[in-house]
Design a binder for this molecule. Structure first.
Ligand code: S3P
Length: 447
């Protein structure tokens, strides 16, 4: 994004929010549905796919690798895959835009296909660490030529003689776990990933539903060993993508903070490995109801009702981080408006997301008049229980969640909050501004 095309947005103090609205489909599940559909034989129909830029990049990548991918006029996507091991060499560089999930899972997919794939991305993705994925995939036999620090642009030379590995994850990362399991699909024998802290399990759940053998063995020393057996016959199937709990977090926190609000968000995913933010908000005193809890194509889903609440600061334990890793920016906004101190620990991974989220949240909150302390892997926010000053312009550094978090802060701050560029929001939450304004927000182009 250049300065000429930046889209600054301003968020003003809002009146009570009300209404019923559906948040877009889950980003993690959408990427996986497209990738597994591209590997399966026969047709996969995907309902509720997130049509954000990150996921559209994955759809384009699956086409580039030989899958047939179509979007119906009703928004249903249909894929006809190539079978495990059947992807074909892309004719050009694949640009994954802003998407770390898309890039890392794709690296796993092509690592065990005997051809060369060249990947790039935007300035944010090109700055993110990829060695965490290239190291284990290298052990399986793939070759990589990358920029310094293992960064994109990067070429993957897939192996035709892949080796199954047992790999102990050095960081709690569903992306790394998934990349290895996807490489294991076209590898003989069992490929195993050991994770000490459980991370989102959408890959395991959906791979099984497509017909793969995936086992999860609890380990005596803690954690799980997750294995996939190579060369399964994956069969196309319907996928219904639930609403994204990470996207629902923004209207949900806005409704908690704006006095008098009462909103309803139907069909939001509540996978227990993704619900850390909601558990934390309940501990802070939030009025959130989960109704009609049900299973939707293998994922738990509920209808959420959120009412304005008086929040109190809490200590968020470090071991909760994997289940709310993307939600710390918006939790920090909730903490800024709560009464008392909120301590969030175990946040080192936030420094290597779409931006250094720990540094950007600390800097942005301070600019909005909030007392905040930034440590190497912790964020401590001192809320006063009254509306923050606001009045700042925040540089979002191509980070959608930083952008949405500060727009929510503007809804409760005394003075409007501006973000320098709202374009990144489209990566995960297309239609965010009209959806929020439909509930009662006052977000618009800076005038
Ligand atoms: C994701 C895993 C998380 C998360 C990201 C989506 C996934 O990243 O931050 O937005 O879909 O697997 P890490 O695996 O790097 O923690």
């Amino acid at each position: 994004m250049t300065a000429d095309t930046a889209r600054p947005l301003l968020s003003r103090h809002a009146g009570a929010l009300s209404g019923v609205t559906r948040v877009p489909g889950d980003k993690s599940i959408s990427h996986r549905a497209l990738m597994f559909g591209a590997l399966a034989l026969g047709e996969s129909r995907i309902e509720g796919l997130l049509e954000g830029e990150d996921v559209l990049r994955t759809a384009a990548a699956m086409r580039a690798l030989g899958a047939r991918v179509e979007r119906g006029t009703d928004g249903t996507w249909r894929l006809w895959g190539r079978g495990v091991g059947g992807l074909t060499e892309p004719a050009d560089v694949i640009d994954m835009g802003n998407s770390g999930t898309g890039a890392r899972l794709l690296m796993g997919l092509v690592a065990t296909h005997p051809f060369t794939t060249v990947l790039t991305g935007d300035a944010s993705l090109r700055s993110r660490p990829m060695k965490r994925v290239t190291d284990p995939l290298g052990l399986m036999g793939a070759g990589f030529v990358a920029r310094g620090g293992g960064r994109l642009p990067l070429a993957v030379t897939g192996t035709d003689m892949p080796l199954p590995i047992r790999y102990d994850l050095p960081v709690a990362s569903a992306q790394v776990k998934s990349a290895i399991l996807l490489a294991g699909l076209n590898t003989p024998g069992k490929t195993t990933v050991v994770e000490r802290a459980a991370t989102r399990d959408h890959t395991e759940l959906m791979l099984r539903a497509f017909g793969a053998e995936v086992t999860v063995e609890p380990l005596a020393e803690g954690g799980n060993a997750i294995s996939v057996t190579g060369h399964p016959e994956l069969t196309g199937r319907p996928v219904i993508v639930p609403g994204d709990p990470s996207s629902a977090a923004f209207p949900a926190v806005a409704a908690l903070l704006v006095p008098g609000s009462d909103i309803h968000l139907p069909g939001v995913g509540i996978n227990p490995l993704r619900d850390g933010l909601y558990r934390t908000l309940l501990e802070m005193g939030a009025d959130i109801r989960f109704d009609n809890c049900r299973d939707q194509a293998g994922e738990p889903v509920a209808d959420l009702t959120i009412r304005a609440s008086t929040l109190t600061g809490v200590d968020v334990p470090a071991d909760r981080a994997p289940s709310m890793i993307d939600e710390y920016p918006i939790l920090a906004v909730a903490a800024a408006c709560a009464r008392g101190t909120t301590r969030m620990r175990g946040l080192a991974e936030l420094r290597v997301k779409e931006s250094d989220r720990l540094a950007l949240m600390a800097k942005g909150l301070a600019a909005c008049g909030i007392a905040v302390e930034e440590e190497a892997d912790a964020l401590i926010v001192h809320g006063t229980g009254s509306p923050p000053a606001g009045g700042a312009t925040i540089a979002v550094h191509l980070d959608h969640r930083i952008a949405m978090s500060f727009l929510v802060l503007g809804m409760v701050a005394r003075d409007p909050v501006t973000i320098d560029d709202g374009a990144a929001i489209d990566t995960s939450f297309p239609g965010f501004v009209p959806l929020m304004n439909g509930l009662g927000a006052r977000i618009g182009a800076q005038s």
